[in-house]
Write a protein that binds this ligand. Structure first.
Ligand SMILES: CC(C)(COP(=O)(O)OP(=O)(O)OC[C@H]1O[C@@H](n2cnc3c(N)ncnc32)[C@H](O)[C@@H]1OP(=O)(O)O)[C@@H](O)C(=O)NCCC(=O)NCCS
Length: 188
């Protein structure tokens, strides 16, 4: 079991195409741009309507959460354009259950190029190998076929439909639960 809260050291997560790093104050415009999208709000828990102040608050909160070891958020940098094109993070860290859960979002302009799948792939190894969690979960709305495809491409096992967790109930009626264990990493 991973003792908690943990000291979250910022990992070097970079596959040459995407790089993940904690959000910084200078990311406000980029975060506001990709979150200010009804499509993004439909399948995530980001506030809607999305204001610029939400981006400022998210960056400040992310910084606190890294320090407290309770959540971990990254922006996704497209290395070819050196541009922030989305975010990914551990939306839930459950030390007692030894489980973490990943969530993500990519700007409309950057979709369909494998950015989300690459980012999930980077996070999965960090969570299951370096942090040592026993299970990484990914939950997505039953209607969110793009996100289900991301889960499959990142090697997750589809477990079936589940009731949405409390934080998702406002926007989702049914979710699909995906999971990955350390033993799956080498095989997929
Ligand atoms: C889901 C999301 C993160 C995917 O980002 P992305 O960078 O485009 O993802 P990838 O390019 O890695 O993979 C997307 C896959 O979904 C497929 N796809 C896209 N739209 C689809 C649809 N409507 N039905 C089925 N598959 C679809 C793409 O073809 C691709 O699969 P392929 O590589 O086999 O062709 C992005 O669409 C998004 O931010 N959506 C809004 C927020 C969201 O849903 N977040 C996830 C919450 S769980």
């Amino acid at each position: 079991m991973v003792p908690g809260p943990i000291e979250l050291k910022v990992p070097a997560l970079d596959d040459g195409v995407v790089r993940l790093r904690p959000p910084e104050p200078g990311d406000v415009d980029a975060v506001f741009a990709y979150c200010n999208d009804p499509d993004a709000a439909r399948f995530t828990t980001i506030p809607w309507p999305y204001e610029r102040d939400h981006a400022v608050e998210w960056i400040e909160e992310s910084t606190r959460c890294w320090a407290d070891g309770v959540r971990a958020s990254f922006v996704i940098v497209d290395s070819s354009r050196v541009a922030v094109v989305g975010s990914i993070g551990l939306v839930r860290i459950d030390h007692d259950a030894d489980v973490a859960e990943v969530g993500y979002l990519v700007s409309r302009e950057a979709r369909g190029r494998g950015i989300a799948s690459r980012a999930v792939h980077l996070v999965r190894g960090w969570v299951l190998r370096e942090l040592g969690f026993a299970r990484l979960e990914l939950q997505t709305d039953v209607r969110n076929h793009a996100s289900q495809r991301v889960a499959e491409k990142a090697g997750f096992t589809r477990e079936g439909e589940v009731e949405p967790p409390e934080r998702c109930r406002e926007r989702s009626e049914r979710m699909v639960m995906y999971s990955l264990a350390p033993a799956d990493l080498d095989a997929r």
